[in-house]
Structures are given as C-alpha cells and as structure tokens.
Design a protein around this ligand. Structure first.
Ligand SMILES: NC(=O)c1ccc[n+]([C@@H]2O[C@H](COP(=O)([O-])OP(=O)(O)OC[C@H]3O[C@@H](n4cnc5c(N)ncnc54)[C@H](O)[C@@H]3O)[C@@H](O)[C@H]2O)c1
Length: 310
C-alpha cells in the first residue's frame, strides 16, 4: 500500500466510558517532501533510519523553542511517547535543534526541523503548513517559546521592553494557538493545544512586571480558546513551571545555578526542596498531550514543587 494513502489509527475513534467523544490523532501518513520554493536551510526532514522499526505514531506534535531547556525536554518526551515531532526554533539555534532531531531519530520518530520566529504571523502560518506537508497533519501544538528580561521593575521597564516581552510570550503564543486551531478544526479529529505560562503567571512576583503580565495573558488566552474549541474536541491547557534549571534561568542568574543564593531561596520556597529540571515539566506536558487527558481543558497546571498553592 502506498504510504500516502495509509490511514494510521492509533486510537479507537470513540471512547465507551462516558459520552461518545471522538479522540484525536488519526493521521494520514505522508512521505517527506521537499518544497522547491524553500531554501533547504529553512527546514530539514529527518526520515527514520532504515534499521528502525517504529511503532505506529500517536500523531504529530509541534514544539516551539525546542532547541534547549523545557522545549527540548518536551520534544524528547513526546518523541519517546510515540509522536512524530516538528521541532521549531529561531535560526540562531540551528546546531542545538539538529542535535535534538538526531536524538529523536534514535527512538525511531520522524522529525521536521523548522526555523520560525513566533512573533511573525507569516512565519507561524508557514511553520504549520510545513509541518502538515511533511508529517501529514498536526495533533499537538506546544507553544513553549518564551523570553524573560532580567529586570522588569514597574519603575524602570520601558515600553520597548514591555512590547518585546509581549511579542514573544503573548503574540507568539496567540499565533501558535490560532494557526494550530485552524488546522485542527479543518482536520476534524480534535487535538491538543498547550502553552507555556509560569508560576509567576499564577502569582506575580516583584521586578517582573512584563513577564508576569505576559504569563497571566497566556492563562486568559488558554481559557478563552478552551471554551471556543471544546466543541471541536480540541483541549487547550497551559503549564506553569516554577524556576527550572534551563539556559534561560542560568543566563539570568549564573551558569552554576545550583550554587547560587537564588537557587537556595527557590528550593526553600518549594514543598519538595529541590530545583526543577526541564524533564519535570515535560512529564506534565506529556499527560496534557495524551489521549487520556481528553476531559482536562482550560487549565493551567503548576509544575513548581508546591511553590504556588491554590
Ligand atoms: N526556566 C524557567 O524557570 C521557567 C519558569 C516558568 C516558565 N518558563 C517558560 O517556559 C518556556 C521555556 O523556558 P526555558 O527556560 O526553556 O527557556 P530557554 O530560554 O532556555 O529556551 C527558550 C527557547 O525559545 C526560543 N525562542 C525565543 N524566542 C523565540 C521566538 N521569537 N521564536 C521562536 N523561538 C524562540 C529560544 O531560542 C530558546 O531555544 C518559556 O515560555 C518560559 O517563559 C520557564
């Protein structure tokens, strides 16, 4: 049978232990295709190595900001879970992004590496089109890319800094939600949309006005989108990490993050008394992306060791 006509059905189309709910992730697999209108450096498809015999993919997941930190851990976890993975980051992160693609190949997943700036609408549209053309659809969108400035004091934050933070953390997440939703609604098989908020998007801290406000915005966007997209069997949720050991945190504090006073304060504030690793966040996103999470929507799940309790 030609691969392009093969229907991959990873899950039954209905569940019986509740209202009849169509589950996502019925995908039509398509072979990787080169787009002659695009520069080869824009996108690279990593087909499976011939020796690998992969399990039937659970669907296609796209992760933005996948070159490092939390996004990298999410991409690797979803690959391990059985999704084919679209890896997205900015061109400056090409080396790291290709490394993640190589690691995914080892677990037998098809991957696409795509370079897009989530602030730019045309690039987000192209990003989705590219993934659909090369992996056959989109079932899980993880709008993870985000930035933080070291000082967000309300007394000194400039309009430029405010706008720069919102361009990535607000507009970027909105664009990823919007174009993923358009694709998923058109596909008609449900889906999962997941965004990066923050513990500071649930309970603000001082000296981070732009960052906290942008992460509160992700929660509002997530709730509104969840209400609108529910009838399409698309769930929309966010994750809210506490301070997590990633390049973002190290850049703000110290490469030797665990030895800093800041890390000691962060750890003290948790119930569990250790500093989060990116894999701790990825484990929660893995659940939100799974078929089992189909009755969870509009939520913002704290992954902060018990720092913020509600
Ligand atoms: N690390 C933490 O302590 C922490 C805590 C709470 C929330 N978060 C959130 O989790 C997400 C990931 O954080 P992280 O610590 O892994 O960050 P990170 O800086 O280590 O990685 C972020 C990735 O996003 C990419 N990116 C930035 N701007 C982009 C753009 N315009 N278009 C496409 N890609 C872009 C970067 O190149 C980078 O690879 C962010 O949204 C962050 O705000 C992080």
């Amino acid at each position: 049978m030609a691969q392009s006509s093969m229907l991959i059905s990873a899950y039954p189309s209905t569940v019986k232990n509740g209202p009849e709910v169509e589950l996502p992730y019925q995908i039509k697999a398509r072979p990787a295709q080169e787009d002659p209108t695009r520069s080869p450096s824009y996108r690279k498809v990593s087909p499976m190595m011939p020796s690998q015999s992969p399990s039937t993919p659970k669907g296609v997941a796209l992760v933005t900001g996948a070159a490092q930190g939390i996004g990298r851990a999410i991409a690797l976890k979803l690959g391990e879970d059985g999704f084919d993975i679209a890896l997205v980051d900015i061109p400056a992160k090409k080396v790291q992004l290709e490394e993640v693609a190589q690691m995914l190949k080892l677990v037998g997943r098809r991957t696409v590496t795509t370079y897009a700036d989530v602030r730019v609408e045309t690039q987000v549209k192209d990003m989705i089109a590219d993934v659909v053309a090369n992996l056959g659809g989109l079932d899980v969108m993880v709008a993870n890319a985000g930035i933080a400035h070291p000082n967000g004091s309300i007394l000194s934050t400039s309009v430029e800094q405010w706008d720069a933070t919102f361009a990535v953390n607000g507009r970027g997440v909105f664009l990823c939600y919007k174009y993923a939703a358009l694709q998923m609604v058109a596909q008609g098989r449900g889906g999962r949309i997941i965004g990066a908020s923050s513990a500071w998007g649930k309970r603000a801290i001082a000296h981070a006005a732009d960052y906290c406000a942008s992460k509160f915005a992700v929660r509002g966007l997530t709730q509104s989108a969840a209400l609108e997209l529910g009838p399409h069997k698309i769930t929309v949720n966010a994750y809210a990490p506490g301070p997590t050991d990633t390049p973002m945190l190290r850049a703000q504090q110290s490469p030797d993050i665990k030895e800093t006073e800041y890390a000691k304060e962060v750890v003290d504030a948790t119930a569990l008394k250790y500093l989060a690793q990116p894999e701790n966040v990825a484990a929660v996103v893995s659940f939100l992306a799974s078929k089992e999470s189909h009755f969870v929507t509009g939520q913002c799940i704290a992954v902060d060791g018990g720092t913020t309790l509600s």
